[in-house]
Design a protein around this ligand. Sequence first.
Ligand SMILES: [Zn+2]
Length: 546
Amino acid sequence: MIYEGTLADGGEFRGVKTLRRRAGNNWWTDLTTLDVDLTRPGKPALRGRMTLGVQDLVKQAQTVHGTMASDATLFGLATRFLFRVGDHNLKWLVQQKDFINPAIRYAIARFGVQNGGTGEAALTAIGAMQGAEYFGRLIFEVYGGLPAYLYNFPARNAPEDPMPPLAGMKSETVTHITPAGAPISLTRFQGGPKGPVIVANGFGFRGMGFAMNTYPAGQDQSLVGMLANAGYDVWIFDHRASPGNDTPGTQPAVNYTIDDVAAIDWPWAVEAVRQATGAQDVQLMVHCLGALTAMMALMGGHMGHVRNMIVSQFSVHPVTSWFNQMKADTHFAQLLHGDAESRMAATLAAMTGNPVIERLARSRDLFDLRTRVPPTGPMPQQAQLDSAIDALVYAVPFPTGEPCNSPTCHRVFGVFGPVYNHDQLNAATHDALNHVVGPVATWPFVQLSRIMQQGKAVSAAGKDIYFDTPKRLDFPIHFISGEMNQLVLPSTTLRTQKWLQAVLPESAAKFTRRVYRGYGHMDCLVGRNAARDVIPDLIGWLRAQG
Ligand SMILES: [Zn+2]
């Protein structure tokens, strides 16, 4: 918000306020404190701080005249709102046509009650202010807590299509249905003759998430855009754990293991690219589950013809503490681990007072990471369940100092842990993530948690079947990790690098690694400064290998 004005003596007044939820601050202090600059003709410039008290706010509000009617029942509404929230009656809450204004009025009333009883007056005055709705919405978005979170501002603010096809570039999509009926696909952006390079994303994230146009220079700053512009023939691989295959008319894969992605999906991708391009072999740029499964495919002897690869964050020796912490701190992980489904469903039903929720919450093969804007008016059953799940994951632990009001992030962090470092994402990318994620099958989590617990890639049955022929990885592999990655610690890639150097000593120099300071997990590849800090290194490495 920018405040500007001309003073009686001809000087200028200017103040800029940025509203941001952060640790240790308070909406009232933020709104009633403004750092200002004063410039006056012929006099030195001044800088200082203005503050506003409750009475000042009331007075100010009374000087503004508008069309929004003062509502004698505001306080009643605020009280009812407080009562319902306190009661966890989310069904009531999300059914309100307009719960923003009651919420903000409640907040003001509450502040007033604590500060000499002027709250009701302030409340009524605010109600009479022109633009109060807009002002209220801003305050609410930043400080509104659970109700604001459920209102899902990021989904409302997100661009309609943050992942358009690359402008001016030839593209095609090749799809395939595996014998078990799982849809998988490759999307090609033919930037030039280099590569071909296969790019794969992690669990629950579309490959096109690496081609977002949410940067100042659009897709020219995305991983895929930069690779294509550097002359690479880029093939985005959406394996069966990617929501990129969630297209109308296809059934997403549900009952599969991580082994299936390695043994069936990856060999198809490499063969399809070799056949289409006539190339002898390919380069890989693989992240998270895409990296784990590509390495398992190679180590298990399911595929060859990879001449070099970049492995981002997740290798075959994952080190994490997050999974266990998450399991202890939230009920949410239990939904994915089977046996507590009925307890979970009962909790949801009790919270919402709606037995339909209980029925819907049982036996979920798929969990959707996407969130929806809650409808106004009567809510269909699915919307009720969505809001109830979002409310439930409101308490999901975030790394310290990362306040986030996006239900999508809460679902993502609830399922996987801290997938990105918020500081590294620009707002447009953050809001667009709801388009990048999609449904995840709950069944593969059984194997994934085994792999996490054992700290190495194992089969779905927990058997050590991938490490007997390391010679299959005897080609240049470059590992990258974010220094702040708490999902899979940077020591993950270090362990795999050290293991390869120990078992293939003559090839030790082929296995390189770099850790990026200040970065977390996925933000290494989609962060606001990834185009400057990370991606040029990766392209440089691929180019150097040839
Ligand atoms: Zn977030």
